[in-house]
Design a protein around this ligand. Structure first.
Ligand code: S3P
Length: 424
């Protein structure tokens, strides 16, 4: 499907709520499966990647229902899964990596596989530390499919992640719950800490210190979950970027997850000159939630992004790139090599697509530069990456742009174009 957004002829404005955060949704479904009792989670998003987690869990013997946005799961406890076949994780890296940890920890037999795109993404980053614990896991040359056989026992882990990754950290935390002693996992940057917060709220003994987690083996069953997921800041990022690039705009997203490990996008837009206001702050599931308003500046400025801010914005570079294309000056992103291992090689996909739209860009080994206001429009390709599809579509608010194969955006934000239109 081709997607062409109409050029904005007036400012975008409005207040809306979004479906629940995908990172929280993946964890809620999996952790509910590992709990004892019935979990019920509202505002549960129904998108390609969350369906992948639910489908994989059903194959592993834990079905769920999703009606009127309410997910219900009967937990089986932290014990071996009973798969009826190969669990298909679709396009979802979070699904395969988190499930891998739970399968290793519960000492289950299972095979995890996924789409052609998922099969290209690195799995040695979880398989190696799991093997250090004694887990029996084989990969296809470091990639999916992953095959697990039950280990006799799992040793506690002491491991320093080479790159900050919440998927890897969460995989290892889930496995460490089933180890024979206390594990320590550290990372070089502040990746999202949803796993630690949610498991702790369910009764797990996990101690977080700056950039290190201490995980104690489970000594009692995980309690079931009950609550409402906050909206997804990684979806809101596209609406805020839209507000940034259409002069005079002001967009509010109510009930938005604003965990500090996820709010890099707000800091970036603020550095670009936008006004960002977080009101009505509160806690849900141990997570920070607020109503967030972003207004466009008189002049949108280029920005330099590196270090921890990259980790705190890791999924938001497609949205940031769209904003950068309409900013005054050259935006520079460094320390972001991890973007090469997402749903696409996002460094090269962002540069290739913006160049196809006439923008002056330079691809760096660990990032890119974008010269703002050089973009003229044309045809972009989603290339199997939901966030690339939305990023390139956003440029259409200012220059005529068509995105090919844009249907992939339903992996994370079904109704994206209609939501943008509701702000016109
Ligand atoms: C996620 C972690 C991030 C992110 C992904 C979701 C998660 O990946 O890119 O979309 O839910 O844990 P890494 O932790 O591998 O960087």
């Amino acid at each position: 499907m081709d997607l062409t957004l109409d050029i904005a002829t007036k400012p975008l404005s409005g207040t809306l709520s979004l479906a629940g955060d995908k990172s929280l949704a993946h964890r809620a479904a999996l952790f509910a499966a590992l709990a004892e009792g019935t979990s019920s989670v509202s505002n549960y998003p129904d998108s390609g990647v969350t369906r992948a987690m639910r489908r994989a869990l059903a194959t592993l013997g834990v079905p769920s229902t999703l009606e009127d946005g309410i997910l219900r799961i009967e937990g089986r406890g932290y014990k071996p899964f009973s798969p009826s076949g190969t669990a298909d994780c679709g396009n979802s890296g979070t699904t395969i990596r988190l499930l891998a940890g739970a399968i290793a920890g519960t000492r289950s037999s299972a095979i995890l596989d996924g789409s052609a795109g998922l099969r290209k993404r690195p799995m040695d980053r979880i398989a190696e530390p799991l093997a250090q614990m004694g887990a029996k896991v084989t990969t296809a040359a470091g990639c999916a499919p992953l095959a697990f056989a039950p280990a006799q026992t799992l040793a506690p882990l002491s491991y320093a992640l080479p790159v900050a990754s919440a998927q890897v950290k969460s995989c290892l935390i889930l496995a460490a719950l089933g180890a024979s002693g206390i594990s320590h996992i550290s990372e070089p940057g502040p990746s999202r800490d949803h796993t630690e917060l949610m498991l702790r709220s369910m009764g797990a003994h996990i101690v977080s210190r700056r950039l290190e987690v201490e995980v104690h083996p489970l000594s009692r069953p995980l309690a079931p979950l009950s609550g409402t997921l906050p909206g997804d800041i990684s979806s809101a990022a596209f609406l805020f970027a839209a507000a940034a690039i259409v002069p005079g705009s002001c967009v509010t997203v109510a009930n938005l997850g604003v965990n500090p490990t996820r709010t890099g996008i707000l800091d970036v837009l603020s550095a670009m000159g936008c006004t960002v206001i977080c009101a009505n702050r509160r806690k849900v599931f141990g997570e920070d939630v607020a109503d967030v308003t972003v207004s466009s500046p008189a002049t949108l400025r280029a920005v330099e992004i590196s270090g921890d801010l990259v980790v705190r914005s890791i999924d938001e570079f497609p949205a940031i790139a769209a904003a950068a294309a309409f900013a005054t000056g050259v935006t520079t992103v460094r320390d972001a090599k991890e973007l090469r291992y997402k749903e696409s090689d996002r460094i090269s996909a962002i540069c290739r697509n913006l160049a196809a739209l006439g923008a002056e860009v330079a691809e760096l080994d660990d990032g890119f530069t974008i010269a703002g206001l050089t973009i003229s429009g044309g045809t972009a390709k989603a290339g199997g990456d939901h966030r690339l599809a939305m990023s390139m579509a956003l440029t259409g608010l200012r220059v005529h742009t068509t995105v090919q194969d844009a249907e992939i955006l339903a992996e994370s934000f079904p109704g994206f174009a209609q939501t943008i239109d509701s702000l016109r």
